[in-house]
Design a protein around this ligand. Structure first.
Ligand code: MRU
Length: 352
């Protein structure tokens, strides 16, 4: 199934509960947009494009939930819901992108309440469907960057689970694999929430792609030994200058790859590019609860003293200078990024 979808039988939003994988595959169902916002915050669903789709379906739920009989009141309810959904997680721009896209159309619409409710759902559905098309386009472009026999390091989870389906960076690996290239993936476990060890490994099992999990701090060893040909990851937000904000640990990985002359690729739908921020330093970095770091146990025991404190930034900033290429659905962009990213966003705007 898709990571997230609308269930027309009972007008609910269904999503895979990613907190439970790989131990349990459970689908949960929500009928209130506030529950969707909570599910995003608690990472029932995660990954930038997936939470963008969640926000879009959240607005569709808000439209159904609203008791408004006048269009003006329905619009006002939708704008209120938009604020709640955008606040669910601060770093990935896809949340805001999806909400702005729908609310921009809502603002200009002249239709009655029922038509507006259907319109919001149709647009959310379009966002979800487009996500898959975009991922497949990025995947076939990006697969050209991978060669038969490549060993690649992949960070976090960027597969079907991080999107509506197919994935960004992992989608590239999957398409390369399906085209017959032998790709071996070294899966960064991705502490503290272990999206690599839990989710990416689970997906690679489904696709029969060979892989081994490595601890995040082993990446340097493999990169300096000449055993790795490429490093590939996704992004939660890309600034106008090409700085990439992605899962914590991406910066150390990219830096080490760069120091060892290993190409570094970010695979990013244009909905993740935010040209309103000049560079990565202006992007808010989510700091998550310390329990995510301290809650890990070893041999049934907590890993640290009960009074230990921890810091838990969920993302970091990889400077554009050490990224070899950014793969988008509109082509592969190479440095210098600023003008090229601006042009592709302009191109998208003109086509919409
Ligand atoms: O905190 P998460 O699991 O939502 O972080 C996800 C990532 O960092 C992914 O690499 C990113 O969203 C791009 S993948 C589509």
């Amino acid at each position: 199934m898709r990571t997230i979808e609308w269930n027309p039988q009972n007008n609910t939003v269904q999503m895979i509960d990613q907190r439970l994988l790989p131990g349990e595959f459970r689908v949960v169902e929500f009928d209130d947009y506030r529950q969707i916002a909570k599910a995003v915050t608690e990472m029932v669903i995660r990954g930038a494009p997936a939470i963008g789709a969640a926000a879009a379906f959240g607005l569709a739920l808000a439209a159904k939930q609203s008791t408004a009989v006048k269009t003006k009141s329905l619009k006002s309810d939708l704008f209120d819901a938009g604020l709640v959904l955008v606040a669910a997680r601060p770093t990935a721009i896809n949340l805001k992108w999806a909400v702005d896209r729908i609310l921009g159309l809502v603002r200009d619409s002249q239709v009655d309440c029922d038509a507006l409710r259907s319109f919001v759902l149709d647009e959310a559905q379009r966002i979800a469907d487009e996500d898959i098309e975009i991922n497949k386009r990025m995947a076939s472009l990006g697969a050209e960057l991978l060669d038969d026999g490549d060993v690649v390091i992949h960070h976090c989870n960027t597969g079907s689970l991080a999107t509506v389906d197919w994935g960004t960076a992992l989608g590239v690996i999957r398409t390369a694999h399906e085209s017959g290239k032998r790709i071996h993936v070294l899966v960064d476990e991705t502490r503290p929430r272990l999206q690599g060890a839990r989710l990416t490994a689970w997906e690679l099992e489904q696709y029969s792609i060979p892989y081994e999990i490595i601890s995040d701090n082993a990446a340097g060893y493999f990169l300096s030994s000449g055993m790795v040909h490429k490093v590939i990851f996704g992004a939660d937000r890309v600034a106008a200058n090409g700085d990439v904000v992605n899962k914590i640990g991406t910066y150390m990985l990219a830096l080490t790859a760069h120091a060892n002359n290993v190409p570094v690729f970010a695979v990013v739908p244009t909905s993740t590019i935010d040209i309103s921020v000049m560079d990565g330093s202006q992007i808010p970095i989510e700091e998550r609860p310390p329990e995510e770091v301290l809650g890990i146990t070893l041999n049934g025991q907590p890993i640290s003293p009960s009074t230990a404190k921890a810091r838990n930034p969920a993302f970091d900033i990889t400077p554009a200078e050490i990224i070899s290429a950014i793969v988008t659905e509109r082509g592969i962009v190479t440095p210098p990024y600023r003008m090229k990213l601006k042009d592709i966003l302009q191109e998208r705007l003109e086509e919409s």
